[in-house]
Design a binder for this molecule. Sequence first.
Ligand code: NDP
Ligand code: 2IT
Length: 445
Amino acid sequence: MNVDKIMIALEKRNPNQTEYLQAVRDVLESIEDVYNENARFENASIIERLIEPDRILSFKVPWLDDEGRVQINHGYRIQYNNAIGPYKGGLRFHPSVNLSILKFLGFEQTLKNSLTTLPMGGAMGGADFDPKGKSQSELMRFCQSFMLEMWRIIGPDTDVPAGDIGVGSKEVGYLFGMYKKLSGSHNGVFTGKGVASSGSLIRSESSGYGAVYFVNEMLRNTSDSICGKRVAISGFGNVSWGVAKKAVALGAKVVTISGPDGYIYDKDGLDERKVDYMLELRSSNEDIVKPYSYEFEDAEFHPGAKPWEVKCDIAFPCATENELDINDARALIRNGCTCVCEGANMPCTSEAIDLLQTHKVLFAPGKAANAGGVATSGLEMTQNAMKISWSEEEVDTRLQRIMHDIHTLCATYGTREDGYVDYVKGANIAGFLKIANAMLEQGIV
Ligand code: NDP
Ligand code: 2IT
Protein backbone atom coordinates (compact mmCIF):
# COMPACT_ATOMS: atom_id res chain seq x y z
CA MET A 1 0.00 0.00 0.00
CA ASN A 2 1.11 3.50 -0.82
CA VAL A 3 -0.77 5.87 1.50
CA ASP A 4 -0.40 8.98 -0.67
CA LYS A 5 -1.54 7.16 -3.79
CA ILE A 6 -4.64 5.82 -2.07
CA MET A 7 -5.42 9.20 -0.56
CA ILE A 8 -5.11 11.03 -3.90
CA ALA A 9 -7.57 8.61 -5.49
CA LEU A 10 -9.93 8.85 -2.51
CA GLU A 11 -9.82 12.63 -2.54
CA LYS A 12 -10.63 12.68 -6.23
CA ARG A 13 -13.73 10.59 -5.68
CA ASN A 14 -14.74 12.40 -2.47
CA PRO A 15 -13.71 16.03 -2.87
CA ASN A 16 -14.19 18.24 0.19
CA GLN A 17 -15.11 15.33 2.50
CA THR A 18 -12.48 16.53 4.95
CA GLU A 19 -13.51 14.56 8.06
CA TYR A 20 -13.75 11.32 6.09
CA LEU A 21 -10.37 11.87 4.43
CA GLN A 22 -8.78 12.79 7.79
CA ALA A 23 -10.05 9.62 9.49
CA VAL A 24 -8.90 7.37 6.64
CA ARG A 25 -5.44 8.95 6.38
CA ASP A 26 -4.84 8.61 10.14
CA VAL A 27 -5.63 4.90 9.97
CA LEU A 28 -3.65 4.20 6.80
CA GLU A 29 -0.52 5.81 8.23
CA SER A 30 -0.73 3.58 11.32
CA ILE A 31 -1.28 0.30 9.54
CA GLU A 32 0.99 0.80 6.51
CA ASP A 33 3.87 -1.39 7.76
CA VAL A 34 1.70 -4.24 9.00
CA TYR A 35 -0.29 -4.14 5.76
CA ASN A 36 2.75 -4.29 3.55
CA GLU A 37 4.16 -7.25 5.47
CA ASN A 38 1.28 -9.48 4.27
CA ALA A 39 0.92 -9.72 0.49
CA ARG A 40 -2.51 -11.34 0.86
CA PHE A 41 -3.95 -7.97 1.98
CA GLU A 42 -2.69 -6.22 -1.15
CA ASN A 43 -3.73 -9.08 -3.42
CA ALA A 44 -7.29 -8.92 -2.13
CA SER A 45 -7.36 -5.07 -2.20
CA ILE A 46 -8.44 -5.19 1.43
CA ILE A 47 -7.79 -1.54 2.16
CA GLU A 48 -9.54 -0.21 -0.95
CA ARG A 49 -12.56 -2.34 -0.01
CA LEU A 50 -12.50 -1.37 3.66
CA ILE A 51 -12.34 2.41 3.26
CA GLU A 52 -15.39 2.44 0.96
CA PRO A 53 -18.78 1.90 2.68
CA ASP A 54 -20.78 -1.13 1.51
CA ARG A 55 -23.83 1.07 0.77
CA ILE A 56 -25.51 4.34 1.66
CA LEU A 57 -29.25 4.91 1.97
CA SER A 58 -30.11 8.58 1.53
CA PHE A 59 -33.67 9.77 1.98
CA LYS A 60 -35.86 12.78 2.67
CA VAL A 61 -37.64 13.16 5.99
CA PRO A 62 -40.79 15.30 5.71
CA TRP A 63 -42.60 16.16 8.96
CA LEU A 64 -45.13 18.65 10.32
CA ASP A 65 -44.08 21.18 12.96
CA ASP A 66 -46.41 22.38 15.72
CA GLU A 67 -47.65 25.24 13.54
CA GLY A 68 -48.71 22.76 10.88
CA ARG A 69 -45.89 23.76 8.49
CA VAL A 70 -44.12 21.13 6.41
CA GLN A 71 -40.43 20.72 7.27
CA ILE A 72 -37.97 18.61 5.30
CA ASN A 73 -34.66 17.15 6.46
CA HIS A 74 -32.12 14.79 4.92
CA GLY A 75 -31.66 11.34 6.46
CA TYR A 76 -28.95 8.73 5.89
CA ARG A 77 -27.91 5.24 6.90
CA ILE A 78 -24.44 4.11 5.96
CA GLN A 79 -23.81 0.37 6.15
CA TYR A 80 -20.04 0.36 6.26
CA ASN A 81 -18.70 -3.14 6.70
CA ASN A 82 -20.21 -6.38 8.04
CA ALA A 83 -17.22 -8.74 7.87
CA ILE A 84 -17.28 -9.57 11.58
CA GLY A 85 -20.96 -9.12 12.42
CA PRO A 86 -24.19 -7.23 11.61
CA TYR A 87 -23.80 -3.54 10.75
CA LYS A 88 -23.79 -1.64 14.05
CA GLY A 89 -23.54 2.03 14.92
CA GLY A 90 -25.33 5.16 16.02
CA LEU A 91 -27.63 7.81 14.59
CA ARG A 92 -26.75 11.50 14.88
CA PHE A 93 -29.31 14.32 14.73
CA HIS A 94 -27.43 17.60 14.33
CA PRO A 95 -27.60 20.40 11.72
CA SER A 96 -23.95 19.76 10.77
CA VAL A 97 -24.67 16.17 9.62
CA ASN A 98 -23.46 15.46 6.08
CA LEU A 99 -21.95 12.54 4.19
CA SER A 100 -18.36 13.39 5.11
CA ILE A 101 -19.12 13.33 8.84
CA LEU A 102 -21.20 10.17 8.65
CA LYS A 103 -18.59 8.34 6.54
CA PHE A 104 -15.81 9.25 8.96
CA LEU A 105 -17.97 8.06 11.85
CA GLY A 106 -18.92 4.84 10.05
CA PHE A 107 -15.29 4.07 9.23
CA GLU A 108 -14.17 4.72 12.82
CA GLN A 109 -17.10 2.65 14.09
CA THR A 110 -16.04 -0.31 11.96
CA LEU A 111 -12.56 -0.38 13.54
CA LYS A 112 -13.91 0.41 17.02
CA ASN A 113 -16.42 -2.43 16.90
CA SER A 114 -13.66 -4.79 15.86
CA LEU A 115 -11.70 -3.77 18.97
CA THR A 116 -14.61 -4.51 21.33
CA THR A 117 -13.93 -8.26 20.89
CA LEU A 118 -17.66 -8.67 20.08
CA PRO A 119 -19.12 -9.73 16.68
CA MET A 120 -20.26 -6.37 15.29
CA GLY A 121 -19.70 -4.74 11.89
CA GLY A 122 -19.74 -0.96 11.43
CA ALA A 123 -22.45 1.53 10.44
CA MET A 124 -23.58 5.10 11.07
CA GLY A 125 -26.55 7.26 10.18
CA GLY A 126 -28.54 10.31 11.11
CA ALA A 127 -30.09 13.51 9.83
CA ASP A 128 -29.38 17.23 9.57
CA PHE A 129 -32.29 17.75 11.96
CA ASP A 130 -31.72 20.09 14.93
CA PRO A 131 -33.43 18.77 18.07
CA LYS A 132 -32.69 22.07 19.82
CA GLY A 133 -35.89 23.83 20.90
CA LYS A 134 -38.21 21.20 19.39
CA SER A 135 -41.32 20.12 21.29
CA GLN A 136 -41.84 16.49 22.29
CA SER A 137 -44.49 16.08 19.58
CA GLU A 138 -42.16 17.49 16.94
CA LEU A 139 -39.36 15.15 18.02
CA MET A 140 -41.73 12.19 17.88
CA ARG A 141 -43.12 13.10 14.46
CA PHE A 142 -39.61 13.57 13.09
CA CYS A 143 -38.44 10.20 14.47
CA GLN A 144 -41.50 8.45 13.04
CA SER A 145 -40.98 9.95 9.58
CA PHE A 146 -37.26 9.04 9.70
CA MET A 147 -38.15 5.46 10.54
CA LEU A 148 -40.67 5.16 7.71
CA GLU A 149 -37.64 5.05 5.39
CA MET A 150 -34.95 3.40 7.48
CA TRP A 151 -36.93 0.42 8.79
CA ARG A 152 -36.63 -1.42 5.46
CA ILE A 153 -32.90 -1.97 5.76
CA ILE A 154 -32.42 -2.71 9.46
CA GLY A 155 -32.95 -5.84 11.54
CA PRO A 156 -31.42 -7.65 14.54
CA ASP A 157 -29.13 -9.73 12.29
CA THR A 158 -28.55 -7.13 9.56
CA ASP A 159 -28.17 -3.62 10.99
CA VAL A 160 -28.67 -2.45 14.58
CA PRO A 161 -28.75 1.35 15.11
CA ALA A 162 -28.32 3.24 18.41
CA GLY A 163 -27.88 6.84 19.61
CA ASP A 164 -25.16 9.46 19.12
CA ILE A 165 -25.20 13.28 19.30
CA GLY A 166 -28.79 14.46 19.61
CA VAL A 167 -30.15 10.92 19.89
CA GLY A 168 -30.60 9.53 23.38
CA SER A 169 -32.96 6.96 24.87
CA LYS A 170 -35.97 9.25 24.32
CA GLU A 171 -35.39 9.48 20.56
CA VAL A 172 -34.45 5.79 20.41
CA GLY A 173 -37.81 5.10 22.09
CA TYR A 174 -39.74 6.95 19.36
CA LEU A 175 -37.68 5.36 16.58
CA PHE A 176 -38.04 1.87 18.03
CA GLY A 177 -41.79 2.37 18.58
CA MET A 178 -42.31 3.14 14.88
CA TYR A 179 -40.04 0.26 13.81
CA LYS A 180 -42.08 -2.12 15.95
CA LYS A 181 -45.32 -0.85 14.42
CA LEU A 182 -44.03 -1.24 10.85
CA SER A 183 -42.30 -4.59 11.26
CA GLY A 184 -44.72 -6.13 13.76
CA SER A 185 -41.76 -7.43 15.68
CA HIS A 186 -40.28 -6.60 19.08
CA ASN A 187 -36.68 -7.60 18.61
CA GLY A 188 -33.21 -6.32 19.39
CA VAL A 189 -33.04 -4.00 16.38
CA PHE A 190 -32.11 -0.93 18.44
CA THR A 191 -29.70 -0.55 21.31
CA GLY A 192 -29.78 2.26 23.84
CA LYS A 193 -33.46 1.50 24.42
CA GLY A 194 -35.01 2.47 27.75
CA VAL A 195 -34.79 -0.32 30.33
CA ALA A 196 -38.59 -0.80 30.25
CA SER A 197 -38.38 -1.44 26.48
CA SER A 198 -35.75 -4.19 27.03
CA GLY A 199 -32.70 -1.91 26.96
CA SER A 200 -29.62 -2.78 28.98
CA LEU A 201 -28.79 -1.39 32.39
CA ILE A 202 -25.69 0.89 32.27
CA ARG A 203 -25.98 1.53 28.49
CA SER A 204 -26.48 5.29 29.10
CA GLU A 205 -23.42 5.48 31.33
CA SER A 206 -21.28 3.02 29.40
CA SER A 207 -19.43 5.28 26.90
CA GLY A 208 -18.23 7.56 29.70
CA TYR A 209 -17.60 4.77 32.21
CA GLY A 210 -15.61 2.87 29.62
CA ALA A 211 -13.43 5.91 28.90
CA VAL A 212 -12.62 6.30 32.60
CA TYR A 213 -11.86 2.56 32.88
CA PHE A 214 -9.55 2.91 29.89
CA VAL A 215 -7.70 5.81 31.52
CA ASN A 216 -7.27 3.75 34.66
CA GLU A 217 -5.82 0.94 32.55
CA MET A 218 -3.33 3.37 30.97
CA LEU A 219 -2.37 4.79 34.37
CA ARG A 220 -2.07 1.33 35.92
CA ASN A 221 0.86 0.76 33.58
CA THR A 222 2.65 3.47 35.53
CA SER A 223 1.28 2.31 38.95
CA ASP A 224 -1.08 5.30 39.08
CA SER A 225 -4.88 5.82 39.00
CA ILE A 226 -7.44 8.54 38.32
CA CYS A 227 -8.12 9.02 42.06
CA GLY A 228 -7.07 12.53 43.15
CA LYS A 229 -6.44 13.79 39.59
CA ARG A 230 -7.74 17.13 38.26
CA VAL A 231 -9.94 16.42 35.27
CA ALA A 232 -11.17 18.74 32.48
CA ILE A 233 -14.14 17.56 30.41
CA SER A 234 -15.70 19.16 27.33
CA GLY A 235 -19.36 18.77 26.38
CA PHE A 236 -22.27 18.18 28.70
CA GLY A 237 -24.03 15.39 26.83
CA ASN A 238 -24.28 11.67 27.28
CA VAL A 239 -20.57 10.83 27.10
CA SER A 240 -19.44 13.81 29.23
CA TRP A 241 -22.01 12.90 31.87
CA GLY A 242 -20.82 9.27 32.06
CA VAL A 243 -17.18 10.37 32.34
CA ALA A 244 -18.03 12.92 35.06
CA LYS A 245 -20.12 10.41 37.01
CA LYS A 246 -17.46 7.69 37.08
CA ALA A 247 -14.49 10.05 37.52
CA VAL A 248 -16.17 11.68 40.55
CA ALA A 249 -17.10 8.26 41.97
CA LEU A 250 -13.45 7.18 41.69
CA GLY A 251 -12.20 10.26 43.56
CA ALA A 252 -11.12 12.57 40.73
CA LYS A 253 -11.77 16.32 40.82
CA VAL A 254 -13.74 17.30 37.70
CA VAL A 255 -13.36 21.05 37.19
CA THR A 256 -14.91 21.76 33.76
CA ILE A 257 -17.78 20.93 31.42
CA SER A 258 -18.64 22.86 28.25
CA GLY A 259 -21.22 23.63 25.59
CA PRO A 260 -21.37 25.50 22.30
CA ASP A 261 -21.75 28.72 24.37
CA GLY A 262 -18.52 28.36 26.42
CA TYR A 263 -17.25 26.42 29.41
CA ILE A 264 -17.89 26.15 33.13
CA TYR A 265 -14.96 26.25 35.56
CA ASP A 266 -16.01 24.82 38.90
CA LYS A 267 -13.02 25.19 41.20
CA ASP A 268 -14.66 23.06 43.95
CA GLY A 269 -15.12 20.20 41.50
CA LEU A 270 -18.35 18.41 40.53
CA ASP A 271 -20.14 16.26 43.09
CA GLU A 272 -23.02 13.81 42.65
CA ARG A 273 -25.65 16.57 42.72
CA LYS A 274 -23.84 18.57 40.06
CA VAL A 275 -23.43 15.49 37.88
CA ASP A 276 -27.18 14.89 38.15
CA TYR A 277 -27.75 18.52 37.20
CA MET A 278 -25.95 17.82 33.89
CA LEU A 279 -28.94 15.63 32.97
CA GLU A 280 -31.33 18.51 33.66
CA LEU A 281 -29.24 20.83 31.52
CA ARG A 282 -29.28 18.32 28.67
CA SER A 283 -33.01 17.59 28.85
CA SER A 284 -33.85 21.31 28.73
CA ASN A 285 -33.11 20.96 24.98
CA GLU A 286 -31.50 24.39 25.02
CA ASP A 287 -27.86 23.80 24.02
CA ILE A 288 -26.14 25.94 26.68
CA VAL A 289 -24.10 25.31 29.85
CA LYS A 290 -24.31 28.85 31.21
CA PRO A 291 -27.28 28.03 33.53
CA TYR A 292 -24.86 25.85 35.59
CA SER A 293 -23.29 29.08 36.87
CA TYR A 294 -26.70 30.34 38.11
CA GLU A 295 -27.42 27.03 39.81
CA PHE A 296 -23.99 26.77 41.51
CA GLU A 297 -22.84 30.28 42.28
CA ASP A 298 -19.13 29.56 42.83
CA ALA A 299 -18.81 28.19 39.31
CA GLU A 300 -17.47 30.55 36.62
CA PHE A 301 -18.86 30.69 33.09
CA HIS A 302 -16.32 31.52 30.36
CA PRO A 303 -18.27 32.51 27.24
CA GLY A 304 -16.99 31.44 23.83
CA ALA A 305 -13.90 29.68 25.28
CA LYS A 306 -12.78 26.04 25.48
CA PRO A 307 -11.88 24.24 28.72
CA TRP A 308 -8.36 23.32 27.56
CA GLU A 309 -6.92 26.55 29.01
CA VAL A 310 -7.60 25.25 32.54
CA LYS A 311 -4.88 23.44 34.50
CA CYS A 312 -5.59 19.71 34.63
CA ASP A 313 -3.88 16.31 34.85
CA ILE A 314 -6.31 14.54 32.52
CA ALA A 315 -8.38 15.98 29.66
CA PHE A 316 -11.47 14.24 28.26
CA PRO A 317 -12.71 15.87 25.03
CA CYS A 318 -16.27 14.49 24.87
CA ALA A 319 -18.26 16.92 22.66
CA THR A 320 -17.56 16.54 18.96
CA GLU A 321 -14.96 16.10 16.19
CA ASN A 322 -11.93 18.40 15.85
CA GLU A 323 -12.73 20.39 18.99
CA LEU A 324 -9.16 20.18 20.38
CA ASP A 325 -6.57 21.68 18.03
CA ILE A 326 -2.81 22.19 18.19
CA ASN A 327 -3.10 25.41 20.21
CA ASP A 328 -5.26 23.63 22.76
CA ALA A 329 -2.73 20.79 22.89
CA ARG A 330 0.03 23.34 23.53
CA ALA A 331 -1.96 24.89 26.38
CA LEU A 332 -2.61 21.47 27.94
CA ILE A 333 1.08 20.52 27.78
CA ARG A 334 2.13 23.91 29.19
CA ASN A 335 -0.24 23.37 32.13
CA GLY A 336 1.17 19.95 32.97
CA CYS A 337 -1.55 17.69 31.51
CA THR A 338 -0.21 14.11 31.27
CA CYS A 339 -3.14 12.25 29.74
CA VAL A 340 -5.70 13.03 27.03
CA CYS A 341 -8.57 10.60 26.50
CA GLU A 342 -10.95 10.98 23.55
CA GLY A 343 -14.49 10.46 24.83
CA ALA A 344 -15.89 11.81 21.56
CA ASN A 345 -15.08 10.50 18.07
CA MET A 346 -11.97 12.19 16.60
CA PRO A 347 -12.18 15.28 18.87
CA CYS A 348 -8.45 15.97 18.47
CA THR A 349 -6.98 17.17 15.19
CA SER A 350 -4.12 15.12 13.70
CA GLU A 351 -1.65 17.93 14.51
CA ALA A 352 -2.80 18.01 18.14
CA ILE A 353 -2.31 14.25 18.46
CA ASP A 354 1.19 14.42 16.95
CA LEU A 355 2.20 17.13 19.41
CA LEU A 356 0.77 15.30 22.44
CA GLN A 357 2.55 12.10 21.46
CA THR A 358 5.82 13.94 20.81
CA HIS A 359 5.60 15.20 24.39
CA LYS A 360 4.92 11.65 25.63
CA VAL A 361 1.45 12.59 26.88
CA LEU A 362 -0.62 9.41 27.29
CA PHE A 363 -3.10 9.65 24.43
CA ALA A 364 -6.18 7.41 24.07
CA PRO A 365 -7.93 7.54 20.66
CA GLY A 366 -11.74 7.49 20.65
CA LYS A 367 -12.05 4.20 18.82
CA ALA A 368 -10.45 2.48 21.84
CA ALA A 369 -11.42 4.79 24.70
CA ASN A 370 -15.11 5.32 23.93
CA ALA A 371 -15.73 1.76 22.71
CA GLY A 372 -17.47 0.94 26.00
CA GLY A 373 -20.67 2.49 24.60
CA VAL A 374 -20.99 0.26 21.59
CA ALA A 375 -19.60 -2.69 23.56
CA THR A 376 -22.49 -2.32 25.98
CA SER A 377 -24.77 -2.06 22.95
CA GLY A 378 -23.33 -5.47 22.01
CA LEU A 379 -24.20 -6.71 25.50
CA GLU A 380 -27.74 -5.34 25.00
CA MET A 381 -28.01 -7.33 21.74
CA THR A 382 -26.90 -10.47 23.58
CA GLN A 383 -29.46 -9.95 26.36
CA ASN A 384 -32.24 -9.31 23.80
CA ALA A 385 -31.29 -12.42 21.81
CA MET A 386 -31.24 -14.55 24.98
CA LYS A 387 -34.44 -12.86 26.22
CA ILE A 388 -32.92 -12.10 29.60
CA SER A 389 -31.76 -8.98 31.48
CA TRP A 390 -28.47 -8.89 33.31
CA SER A 391 -28.01 -7.00 36.58
CA GLU A 392 -26.16 -3.70 36.69
CA GLU A 393 -23.21 -5.46 38.29
CA GLU A 394 -23.07 -8.12 35.59
CA VAL A 395 -23.05 -5.54 32.76
CA ASP A 396 -20.51 -3.33 34.51
CA THR A 397 -18.17 -6.26 35.19
CA ARG A 398 -18.32 -7.26 31.52
CA LEU A 399 -17.72 -3.66 30.46
CA GLN A 400 -14.64 -3.42 32.67
CA ARG A 401 -13.28 -6.67 31.26
CA ILE A 402 -13.84 -5.47 27.69
CA MET A 403 -12.02 -2.16 28.36
CA HIS A 404 -9.17 -4.13 29.92
CA ASP A 405 -8.98 -6.36 26.82
CA ILE A 406 -9.05 -3.36 24.45
CA HIS A 407 -6.20 -1.82 26.40
CA THR A 408 -4.21 -5.04 26.13
CA LEU A 409 -4.80 -5.16 22.35
CA CYS A 410 -3.59 -1.55 21.97
CA ALA A 411 -0.52 -2.17 24.10
CA THR A 412 0.30 -5.34 22.18
CA TYR A 413 0.47 -3.53 18.83
CA GLY A 414 1.45 -0.06 20.01
CA THR A 415 4.26 -0.38 22.56
CA ARG A 416 7.46 1.31 21.39
CA GLU A 417 10.99 0.27 22.25
CA ASP A 418 11.24 2.92 24.99
CA GLY A 419 8.05 1.58 26.61
CA TYR A 420 5.78 4.47 25.51
CA VAL A 421 2.51 3.08 24.17
CA ASP A 422 1.29 4.57 20.90
CA TYR A 423 -2.40 3.79 21.49
CA VAL A 424 -3.37 5.27 18.10
CA LYS A 425 -1.19 2.81 16.25
CA GLY A 426 -2.10 -0.07 18.57
CA ALA A 427 -5.86 0.52 18.18
CA ASN A 428 -5.70 0.95 14.41
CA ILE A 429 -3.61 -2.18 13.82
CA ALA A 430 -5.58 -4.40 16.20
CA GLY A 431 -8.92 -3.19 14.85
CA PHE A 432 -7.80 -3.55 11.24
CA LEU A 433 -6.28 -7.03 11.50
CA LYS A 434 -9.44 -8.72 12.74
CA ILE A 435 -11.57 -7.23 9.96
CA ALA A 436 -8.94 -7.87 7.29
CA ASN A 437 -8.60 -11.52 8.25
CA ALA A 438 -12.40 -11.96 8.21
CA MET A 439 -12.54 -10.33 4.76
CA LEU A 440 -9.80 -12.65 3.49
CA GLU A 441 -11.76 -15.67 4.74
CA GLN A 442 -14.95 -14.50 3.00
CA GLY A 443 -13.61 -13.91 -0.50
CA ILE A 444 -14.27 -10.97 -2.80
CA VAL A 445 -17.81 -9.91 -1.86
P1 NDP B 1 -24.88 14.42 23.13
O1 NDP B 1 -25.83 14.92 22.13
O2 NDP B 1 -25.44 13.79 24.35
O3 NDP B 1 -23.86 15.55 23.56
C1 NDP B 1 -22.98 16.13 22.63
C2 NDP B 1 -22.32 17.35 23.21
O4 NDP B 1 -21.49 17.98 22.24
C3 NDP B 1 -23.30 18.36 23.61
O5 NDP B 1 -22.79 19.14 24.64
C4 NDP B 1 -23.43 19.11 22.29
O6 NDP B 1 -24.07 20.30 22.37
C5 NDP B 1 -22.03 19.25 21.87
N1 NDP B 1 -21.91 19.42 20.43
C6 NDP B 1 -22.41 18.63 19.46
N2 NDP B 1 -22.07 19.07 18.25
C7 NDP B 1 -21.36 20.20 18.45
C8 NDP B 1 -20.72 21.12 17.58
N3 NDP B 1 -20.77 20.97 16.24
N4 NDP B 1 -20.03 22.16 18.15
C9 NDP B 1 -19.97 22.29 19.49
N5 NDP B 1 -20.55 21.43 20.36
C10 NDP B 1 -21.23 20.41 19.84
O7 NDP B 1 -23.93 13.42 22.36
P2 NDP B 1 -23.01 12.27 22.93
O8 NDP B 1 -22.51 12.61 24.28
O9 NDP B 1 -23.72 11.00 22.70
O10 NDP B 1 -21.81 12.33 21.89
C11 NDP B 1 -20.63 13.11 22.11
C12 NDP B 1 -19.48 12.52 21.33
O11 NDP B 1 -19.25 11.17 21.76
C13 NDP B 1 -19.68 12.42 19.82
O12 NDP B 1 -18.43 12.56 19.19
C14 NDP B 1 -20.19 10.99 19.63
O13 NDP B 1 -19.97 10.53 18.33
C15 NDP B 1 -19.34 10.28 20.65
N6 NDP B 1 -19.80 9.00 21.15
C16 NDP B 1 -21.09 8.77 21.57
C17 NDP B 1 -21.46 7.55 22.09
C18 NDP B 1 -22.82 7.28 22.58
O14 NDP B 1 -23.11 6.11 22.87
N7 NDP B 1 -23.71 8.26 22.70
C19 NDP B 1 -20.50 6.45 22.16
C20 NDP B 1 -19.16 6.80 21.79
C21 NDP B 1 -18.85 8.03 21.29
P3 NDP B 1 -25.36 20.45 21.42
O15 NDP B 1 -25.67 19.16 20.75
O16 NDP B 1 -26.39 20.85 22.37
O17 NDP B 1 -24.91 21.45 20.43
O1 2IT C 1 -19.81 6.33 18.50
C1 2IT C 1 -20.35 5.34 19.02
O2 2IT C 1 -19.72 4.32 19.33
C2 2IT C 1 -21.79 5.39 19.24
N1 2IT C 1 -22.42 6.40 18.93
C3 2IT C 1 -22.51 4.19 19.81
C4 2IT C 1 -22.94 3.26 18.73
C5 2IT C 1 -23.74 2.06 19.20
O3 2IT C 1 -24.16 1.31 18.31
O4 2IT C 1 -23.93 1.84 20.39
